[in-house]
Design a protein around this ligand. Structure first.
Ligand code: PMP
Length: 469
């Protein structure tokens, strides 16, 4: 429901809200007032197909989830120092979806908190401090996990030096089971098996972050790491985002040995909101809906259809350099040249913008902002998928027709000042890719290039180019 006119909301937002949280489509931000299933509605009733929100996992405002929360709110909300059935029932259900040794649950409120606690567990268990992370990884916004997030700290503009010295005795290896913010990367077969072997030999523990990719998004399995085979068993798994379908609830699940090491350190772990009855009621309802609506089966049918169609589009559109993904987690890696793999950052930005104008919400990400990320609510229908494909094809065709103009524009682009990246998107609902910049320039893997800020550089559109008006 809209209580203020949109321009007042914009004004108040500027006045009162920290501006490090970038808006989606910052040039003309959306005011979303209602969500239902895979659709979002703006204040004027405009209906958008949502391909961004992996948090609204079972669909925006799913009635079963809302009902579960409301019912429990009416009755009681308190903390986990009291016994409550919702908590233990949830813990039993969620651990039953994981390999047997992952059987101890800590409930928290966010993915960042989950990874922070996972690190504490690893440190308590190993007696060591340091960690191995993947390049471009993002594991959360609290200071400990910022140190594990090169996606954030490893930017030329990042102040406050989160860079840690290289060290050789590790507490943990941490990675997403499928790298999302890093550009929708599917690890090669046996990757985790081999990494886990070396990490275990070095005395470390292995943490897998399922905050974005868990809860059946890959379709064939509840957890994305299970794609690598049943013999791949992490020591700690973290989960969040889809777990509460928008309600803040997250968890860390580990082994009895690691939990015992944590307890042996004399730690009391209490988290005011973690595991409260309302959060657990909601999280239980999410599990029910995933099952009741066979959303994992749905992710396979619709996701595979989309991926296959995206792959077919590669014959038509050179700009699609790669299509990778599983289930409802698909990335289109856009390139200016398939052999050099020069990232097509500006094209990605243009496509995101054009799709929004056609009422489809999608984001781009990856080290060069050139990967179109597709991770909608799991209830996205076949009809929506067909609509997305047709619309995307139209936009890609426009782009193809526009190619010479775009190249000319790129050459006319004002000089970049400092070659810093306007990067900061850990994705979807969390943060928005700062597509404020054109990202124009020869942006190779070793030299990411992005312009300074909105105000410095604007993508100047020649009047005669119709599709960019
Ligand atoms: N891990 C991953 C992989 C994420 O994508 C995110 C958020 N985008 C987090 C952790 C942090 O989660 P939260 O924003 O809930 O703290």
């Amino acid at each position: 429901m809209e209580t203020l006119p949109k321009n007042t909301t914009v004004k108040k937002r500027k006045q009162f809200i920290g501006d490090t949280c970038k808006l989606h489509y910052s040039d003309s931000p959306l005011k979303i007032v209602r969500g239902e299933g895979q659709y979002l509605y703006d204040e004027k009733g405009g209906k958008y197909l949502d391909c961004i929100n992996n948090v609204a996992h079972v669909g925006h405002s799913h009635p079963d989830v809302v009902e579960a929360g409301v019912k429990q709110m009416r009755l009681l909300n308190t903390n986990s120092r009291f016994l409550h059935d919702n908590l233990v029932e949830y813990a039993e259900r969620i651990t039953s979806t994981l390999p047997e040794k992952l059987c101890i649950c800590f409930m928290v409120n966010s993915g960042s908190e989950a990874n922070d606690l996972a690190l504490r567990l690893a440190r308590a268990h190993t007696g060591h401090h340091d960690a191995i992370v993947l390049d471009h990884a993002y594991h959360g916004h609290v200071s400990t996990v910022m140190d594990l997030s090169p996606y954030k700290f490893n930017q030329p503009w990042a102040k406050g030096n989160h860079h840690k010295e290289w060290v050789h005795v590790i507490a943990a290896f941490i990675a997403e089971s499928l790298q999302s913010c890093g550009g929708q990367i599917i690890p090669p077969p046996d990757y985790f098996k081999n990494v886990f072997k070396y990490v275990h030999e070095a005395g470390g523990v292995c943490i897998l972050d399922e905050v974005q990719v868990g809860f059946g998004r890959v379709g064939s399995h509840m957890w994305a790491f299970q794609l690598q085979g049943s013999d791949v068993i992490p020591d700690i798994v973290t989960m969040g985002k889809p777990m509460g379908n928008g309600h803040p609830v997250a968890a860390v699940i580990t082994t009895t040995e690691i939990a015992a090491s944590f307890a042996a350190g004399g730690y009391q772990y209490f988290n005011t909101y973690g595991g409260n009855p309302v959060s657990c009621a909601i999280a239980n309802a999410v599990l029910d809906v995933i099952k009741k609506e066979d959303l994992m089966g749905h992710a396979i049918t619709v996701g595979n259809f989309l991926r296959d169609e995206f792959i077919k589009m590669m014959d038509e559109f050179e700009v699609i350099g790669d299509v990778r993904g599983v289930g409802m987690f698909i990335g289109l890696d856009l390139v200016r040249n398939r052999s050099t793999k020069t990232p097509a950052t500006i094209e990605a930005r243009h496509i995101v913008k054009r799709l929004k104008e056609k009422y489809i919400l999608l984001s781009s990400d990856g080290p060069h902002n050139n990967v179109l990320k597709f991770k909608p609510p799991m209830c996205l229908s076949m009809e929506d998928a067909r609509h997305l494909l047709c619309t995307l094809r139209d936009v890609l065709q426009e782009l193809k027709d526009l190619e010479p103009e775009i190249i000319a524009l790129m050459h006319r682009e004002p000089k970049m000042r400092t070659r810093k990246r306007a990067h900061s998107s850990e994705d979807d609902d969390d943060e928005v890719q700062s597509t404020t910049s054109s990202g124009i320039g020869v942006s190779t893997a070793s030299s990411p290039v992005e312009p300074d800020s909105d105000s410095d550089i604007h993508f100047r559109v020649p009047e005669k180019v119709p599709c960019l008006e």
